[in-house]
Ligand binder design. Sequence first.
Ligand SMILES: [Cu+2]
Length: 140
Amino acid sequence: MNDPRVSRALWARTILLIVLVAWVNAVSVAWAGEPTTLEPGTDGVQRATIILDSYSYSPDRLIVLAGKPVELTLTSVTTITPHNFIIKELAVEQDVGAGKTVTVRFTPMQPGVYLFYCDKKLLFLPSHREKGMEGRLEVR
Ligand SMILES: [Cu+2]
């Protein structure tokens, strides 16, 4: 084991393993973020703030109750890239310019899982949704 080539190879393998484990952890955290449950305020409105970046929503998993209004404050932290927020089944479609904050309000009546996403794209490039800018709203 005193051969320096052997210990170099062992080190290389150990470092590779550490990098791999760190990467797998980072990816699984991104995929399985804890859902955010929106508590109704005294006025019955379920509110949350969502940060829009290229190309993500944070938080990207929301849980709300059916039949009560939902108000989302959409804050973009980008400097150039415009985004939007779409929930097709609920007729929600809101542009969010770079660095802007806007609110959307809607009342989901049917329990179920609704996907929200950004359909912006530049020319022939993949859409922001295809780059991962998507989340899910669970209506209970
Ligand atoms: Cu976008």
